[in-house]
Design a protein around this ligand. Sequence first.
Ligand code: DAH
Length: 342
Amino acid sequence: MEEKISNLREQVSNKMKEIKSYADVENLRVEYLGKKGYVVEILKNLKDVEEAKRKEIGQKANVLRNEIGNMIETKKEELKEKEYMEKINNSEKIDITIPVEERIGSLHPITIVQRELEEIFTGMGFTVEDGNEVETEYNNFEAVNVPKYHPARDMQDTFWLENGELLKTQTSAAQNKIMLKYGAPLKAIFPGRCFRNEALDASHENTFFQMEGMMIDKDVSIANLIYFMKTLLSEIFKKEVEVRLRPGYFPFVEPGFELDIKCPYCDGAGCKVCKNGSWIELCPCGMIHPNVLKMGGINPEEYSGFAFGLGLSRLAMMKYNINDLRALNSCDLRVLKQMNIK
Ligand code: DAH
């Protein structure tokens, strides 16, 4: 019996050297360690061994069983590694010398302008906030000083949901939440998509983008407002731009302004972009109304601030010379191709 055990050991270690595949290992396992395998047979037949030697032989057979088990495991690992290396070296080789395909697709002009603005504003210490597209009537109107039945609501008819909420008409809708969240001092911009029930034409769309901004601190004045807007617009147009303020009415600011820029394309000489008007109306703004500050939990005796609502879609149109606002939402790829945006 002992001889048989040592023969089996030798047999297995020889066979092991011949093995080339996972299937071979498995066959070998069944042959020796399976239910009817040689080693198991020895253990089963122990009862026939003379009593004096039974224990010793049993132990040796068990040792052999463990040894074969270990050899099989080692072989399996070896084969796994080998197959993996073969895969890498042959079939799944990556050729890093193949030229990369030119990137197809591009960002939407609004995304480009939005990101550019975000970068400029964050450079000036503003945070970028998110607003909802579905808003409460309170946030969209009341909290920005437009109570029910205020005539300013007429200009901002929108799409109402059955639960009384609405698709926001202006990024100003996030002002209140942001003031309540951060308190003063505060410097934030919040870009977003807005919706209005409009009769559509080349400059009116039911869906468009704005970027709102607020700066609140002690002693913020119109001078700060002009400085920030001028810096920002000069960065966007990559040249020093001239700005002017005209009075404008918005219930959430007092005083309120329309900010115009001297046409950066013709420097005021008159061209297609400014429709020969020399100035372009770009950004309504003003000093935040005390009521709005109060509703935002900020004391108007202590703090003041400015707010603006830049028309992102408008800016993108100017920058990329797009003459129909509807093109921006049209999903018509020719728009992007024509602008040659990369
Ligand atoms: N929310 C206004 C609109 O959509 C734009 C606006 C005007 C925003 C003046 C402001 C502001 O923050 O100060 O017509």
